[in-house]
Design a protein around this ligand. Structure first.
Ligand SMILES: NC(=O)C1=CN([C@@H]2O[C@H](COP(=O)(O)OP(=O)(O)OC[C@H]3O[C@@H](n4cnc5c(N)ncnc54)[C@H](OP(=O)(O)O)[C@@H]3O)[C@@H](O)[C@H]2O)C=CC1
Ligand SMILES: O=C(O)C(=O)[C@@H](O)[C@H](O)C(=O)CO
Length: 283
């Protein structure tokens, strides 16, 4: 099955569903990612700080899918935001994967107190000119931070990867992205599911009821909620059966009322990891 795509303001296209790889390392990670590629996933999200860019590259080499049919994204850590370090880090990311280009490279966190994210953005622009990365974007950026990048460099990110799940629907930032043709990508799209950081979104009664109506699982209903709001989700699983479950979300449609019911779990303090990008600094 080919995955439906989203299109950014510059006609860059990206699958509506991808795979997160945080915590997938070593052989366990290679096996999970290779299984995802066999299932049909064509987008992999990694980061320098996940220390698994090598795992991602190895899984691609072991799979039967061609490199050029897969989009691979990685992210620049906060400790390398200065221009020269950022460029060296992108090269190092590539060496770690064994690939010769990334489809997408993101600034992982804005780190506003450090205040070097514009420098980092200039390095990503240069990396694109050098052909190391095809497209550039950001993660955990607010509207203000994105506007500053555009004002100071004239270059708009194609995508912003942000915390987004039923406890934290991000309606305002989503509307801003849509007005700008910036793709919204949801991290923690299943609210980290079984990791018990809060009552699991997979056990919320109204979501369970909707899932029963469609003969789907709560995870599938939540992923459908993301898709119908125009959001790209990158759920992570180490298990082939869950990877397949999370991919099987293109054959049913929620009603507007059901979308609103799921959004009704959202609250202003609904962040799960206590990582407000205006406060949190990650290096
Ligand atoms: N830019 C940023 O700052 C951040 C980016 N990310 C990215 O986003 C990705 C996704 O976020 P993540 O934090 O992993 O959280 P997710 O919301 O994707 O949840 C992952 C958890 O859910 C479990 N799970 C997955 N599918 C199912 C299912 N169908 N039923 C039950 N449980 C399920 C997984 O367990 P199991 O593996 O055992 O199946 C895992 O414990 C990350 O992997 C990473 O790539 C994440 C956090 C921050
Ligand atoms: O996983 C990521 O991409 C992160 O940025 C981490 O901060 C993650 O959110 C985390 O919770 C680390 O403890």
């Amino acid at each position: 099955m080919s995955i439906p795509m989203y299109t950014a303001y510059n006609d860059f296209q990206i699958p509506q569903l991808g795979m997160g790889t945080y915590k997938l390392r070593g052989k366990m990670g290679v096996d999970a990612i290779a299984a995802a590629l066999e299932i049909g996933y064509r987008y992999l999200d990694t980061a320098y700080n996940y220390e698994n860019e090598g795992t991602v590259g190895e899984a691609i080499r072991q799979s039967s899918v061609n490199r050029e049919d897969i989009q691979v994204a990685s992210k620049l850590p906060g400790r390398y935001h200065d221009y020269e370090s950022a460029l060296t880090t992108i090269e190092e990311s590539l060496y770690r994967t064994g690939l010769n280009y990334f489809d997408l490279y993101l600034i992982h966190w804005p780190n506003p107190k450090q205040d070097q994210y514009v420098d980092a953005w200039k390095a990503l622009i240069e990396a694109k000119k050098r052909g190391w990365v095809k497209e550039i974007g950001v993660s955990n950026f607010t509207q203000d931070y994105i506007e500053r990048l555009i004002e100071e460099t004239g270059e708009k990110p194609v995508l912003n990867q942000i915390e987004l799940h039923p406890y934290f629907e991000q309606a305002e930032l989503l509307a801003y992205h849509q007005s700008q043709g910036i793709i919204t990508q949801a991290w923690c799209p299943l609210g980290r599911a079984n990791e018990k950081v809060a009552e699991s979104v997979l056990e919320l009664p109204k979501i369970v009821t909707i899932a029963q109506k469609y003969g789907k699982t709560p995870a599938q209903v939540i992923l459908r909620w993301h898709l119908q709001r125009g959001v790209m989700a990158i759920p992570k699983s180490s298990k082939p059966e869950r990877l397949a479950e999370n991919f099987d979300v293109f054959d049913f449609e929620l009603t507007d009322e059901e979308l609103a019911t799921i959004s009704s779990y959202s609250r202003a303090d609904g962040r799960l990891a206590n990582q407000d990008p205006e406060e949190h600094e990650e290096f």
